[in-house]
Ligand binder design. Structure first.
Ligand code: GLV
Length: 295
């Protein structure tokens, strides 16, 4: 039996994972190509079809928190269990990114960056944290960590999860909406024209989850019309974001290249290894994905 490590890794990242996983699981054989002996796949956002040719595959451990691409991959048999990554260091990184975005909106730092480019010296009135109500969408590990960090910094935070009733009713109160929902059939395109219209005039959207949560044309229209103040976007329908996309140069958009919270191999290798040890021991697995729920 062997463990396949595959997916999309930045330079040197795959070797780092391999070394850390080998150190955690010294008795295991790791391979980098599909084969007959593989019964576990440890994957980082693999392209569709990457897990074909694995007749003994019995467990997929994701190194990514979001498993929407794995669930959409029709070549993966539905009965094979998939475990998500839940990495405390990743949750903290997400909280840092959310805090940066909300602080920047509170204190107008995105405006000052724009003004610097135009050599414009123009102070704005200083707002307090509690003057900027924040709505966090998603009550999972990340949403909860983000909400706690923002509350600790003096922001008035309301959390919403899909079981909490209609979203639109909550939107009107928030000056900043932070999206940390999983991408599922129910949440795809959730930020459409109607949802954006339900947001308070002058509110800002921070999308740290998946690009497909947002209808781009509707968001651009809401920004252009002056209904929304700013959008902070880490994720996109197509990544890398195409060079010609309007987001790149839009004055009301601050964008990041999907870096809001990377899995931290130094902590997450142990998280993944612990699950694989449970699997080998026949013990219950952690963070299993519920296909019906979609995450
Ligand atoms: C990153 O987007 C992840 O899902 O881990």
């Amino acid at each position: 039996m062997s463990i396949l490590l595959t997916g999309r890794f930045d330079a040197g990242e795959r070797d780092e994972w391999l070394a850390l996983l080998r150190a955690e699981l010294p008795g295991e054989t790791f391979v980098l190509e599909p084969g007959e002996t593989v019964d576990i796949a440890v994957v980082a956002n693999p392209p569709a079809g990457a897990l074909q040719g694995l007749p003994r595959l019995a467990l997929i451990q994701s190194l990514w928190a979001g498993v929407d691409k794995l669930l959409a991959d029709a070549s993966i048999p539905a009965q094979i269990p998939i475990a998500r990554m839940v990495d405390p260091a990743m949750n903290e990184a997400m909280a840092e990114t959310a805090l940066w975005a909300v602080l920047s909106l509170q204190r107008d730092f995105f405006d000052y960056a724009r003004q610097q480019a135009a050599a414009s010296w123009q102070p704005h009135p200083q707002r307090r944290a509690d003057e900027l109500p924040v709505l966090v969408l998603g009550r999972g590990q990340m949403g909860t960590t983000v909400a706690r960090r923002l509350a600790a910094n003096g922001f008035h935070v309301v959390a919403w999860g899909s079981r909490d009733g209609p979203l639109h009713a909550r939107l009107a109160d928030a000056a900043v909406v932070i999206n940390l929902l999983p991408l599922t059939p129910a949440t795809r395109g959730i930020f459409d024209a109607a949802t954006l219209a339900a947001m308070r005039p002058g509110a800002s959207l921070v999308n740290l989850a998946r690009g497909a949560h947002v209808v781009d044309a509707a968001l651009l229209a809401a920004l252009d019309a002056g209904h929304l103040r700013h959008a902070v976007l880490d994720v996109f329908h197509q990544e890398p974001l195409p060079r010609e996309h309007r987001y790149w140069s839009h004055p009301k958009v601050t964008l990041l290249p999907h870096v809001a919270a990377a899995t931290d191999a130094r902590s997450a290798a142990a998280v993944a290894a612990a699950n694989l040890k449970r699997f080998r021991a026949g013990a219950p697995l952690e963070h299993l994905v519920n296909r019906a729920r979609g995450y």
